[in-house]
Design a protein around this ligand. Structure first.
Ligand code: ATP
Ligand code: MG
Length: 436
């Protein structure tokens, strides 16, 4: 029998064998976010298309080429979220959270959708952890959110990620810079890709971000935004650097970072890895002081970033960083005969109620196959129930690593006795592991 269809190109399944890797990373993200005072926000997977057109920016690759946009049966145009910020900003405004005290600090863990060419580290459905902070123009906030990302990488023991920062100024300095860029790129009109030619007039800063190699080469000689910053933006950038230094976070200034989304102002940054090839940017973000206004709210300086979870996991795998495997089954109870199976079922439930993972046969297999299964799932202890054990109301619990057997009464004391046996065994293995 053939499976009727396969997964959509550019999407990935996370199978039960691998999901613990995701959960480990996600848990650390949640914990660190909480440490820094951020609470989770969950917004719908789709939004009215205009939200992204306005929020992300008409001239961006994301809006021009990458969105999954479709008409609903009711004739509305909706889009699967290509990123998390626009939806979060919309929700903040819609629920008037700005009245509840500033700054508003939120994080999300979510799937995103972009119609891109699938390759290593570039998917059509991918996942992001993101940080949103609304209502602060202080450079301390810039350093703090970067510090949060840094803490996550540290706890994940990732080594080779380096932080690159830049400032792309405010609309005032940007206007002068854009003029300089237009002048510079106009010399190369015959060599630019069609997309860049289109954007040259409307949004010349996008050209610095173009991934076409020949454009990229030209962009390397382009004027630097840092030479065009106004006094306020220069001072802001200086303060961000000072606070990063106070956080003991190393950084490199990279004037070619402009970020792919239109809403950025002032600080922009990326954490880049050399370990995973050309899709090396694991985390990117910055300030978007104009976003909330763009979406119809008041002027509300804000900032944030997103990290790609798939890319993060790739870096970790590449660096051989071990992710602790989930707690295996504590006790597998094998049973021979109908009465024993009933008793095993009761005992498995008692162990689970006591808070330890336990399993018994649910397939109707013979004893030998049951034991094979116990081995396969890596159960720490096993126990066999047959007629004798039922008659005597006792059974031997076997440590699957050492082979040691301990007899336990099958009465009310069973769960407690087993729990202390399990705890002692765990302690022993931990000690063995430490001794190498
Ligand atoms: P890139 O330059 O690699 O296309 P981007 O600037 O489009 O990235 P952002 O929109 O800033 O990326 O998204 C933040 C992070 O999300 C990226 O740094 C990356 O880790 C991840 N990401 C973005 N697009 C994809 C994708 N198609 N597949 C997997 N991860 C992605
Ligand atoms: Mg992109």
């Amino acid at each position: 029998m053939g499976v009727i269809t396969k997964k959509i190109k550019g999407t990935e399944d996370v199978l039960p064998k691998q999901s613990y890797r995701w959960q480990f990373v996600e848990n650390i993200m949640r914990e660190e976010a909480a440490n820094f005072g951020f609470k989770e926000i969950r917004t719908p997977v789709f939004e009215h298309t205009e939200l992204f057109a306005r929020g992300v920016g008409q001239t961006t690759d994301v809006v021009q080429k990458e969105m999954y946009t479709f008409d609903t049966k009711g004739g509305e145009s909706v889009t699967l979220r290509p990123e998390g910020t626009a939806g979060a900003a919309r929700a903040i405004l819609e629920h008037s959270l700005t009245n509840e005290g500033l700054p508003i600090k939120a994080y999300y863990l979510t799937s995103c959708y972009r119609y891109e060419k699938p390759q290593a580290g570039r998917l059509r459905e991918f996942h992001q952890f993101g940080i949103e902070e609304y209502g602060t123009s202080s450079p301390i906030a810039d350093a703090e959110v970067i510090s949060l990302a840094n803490s996550i990488f540290k706890r994940l023991q990732i080594k080779d990620l380096h932080l690159e920062i830049n400032s792309i100024g405010c609309p005032e300095c940007r206007a002068k810079y854009n003029e300089a860029l237009k002048e510079y790129f106009s010399q190369y009109k015959d060599k630019l890709c069609g997309n860049c030619l289109n954007r040259l007039e409307r949004n010349p800063m996008r050209l610095i971000d173009c991934k076409v190699p020949s454009c990229h080469e030209i962009a390397e000689g382009a004027p630097s935004i840092l030479d065009y910053l106004c006094d306020e933006c220069t001072e802001h950038f200086e303060q961000v650097k000072k606070y990063l230094e106070a956080s003991k976070i190393e950084y490199k200034i990279n004037p070619t970072i402009v970020r792919g989304l239109d809403y950025y102002t002032k600080t922009v940054f990326e954490f880049v890895s050399d370990a995973i090839g050309s899709q090396g940017t694991v985390c990117g973000g910055g300030r978007y002081d104009g976003l909330i206004e763009e979406l119809g709210g008041q002027h509300l300086p804000s900032l944030g970033y997103a990290m790609g979870i798939e890319r993060l996991l790739m870096v970790m795998e590449n660096q051989g960083i071990e992710i602790p495997a989930p707690e295996p089954c504590a006790l597998y109870i094998a049973a021979l005969g109908e009465d024993a199976q009933f008793k095993a079922y009761e005992l498995v439930n008692t162990i689970r109620l006591s808070g330890l993972p336990a399993e018994g046969d649910v397939v109707g297999r013979g004893l030998r196959a049951q034991m094979k299964y116990a081995d396969k799932i890596g159960a720490r202890f096993s126990m066999v129930l047959g007629e004798n054990e039922l008659n005597e109301n006792k059974a031997k619990v076997k440590n699957m690593i050492t082979g040691e057997q301990t007899e336990l009464n099958l009465d009310e004391s069973f769960a407690v006795k087993f729990a202390s046996l399990h705890m002692a065994a765990k302690f022993d293995t931990a000690n063995l592991d430490n001794k190498g």
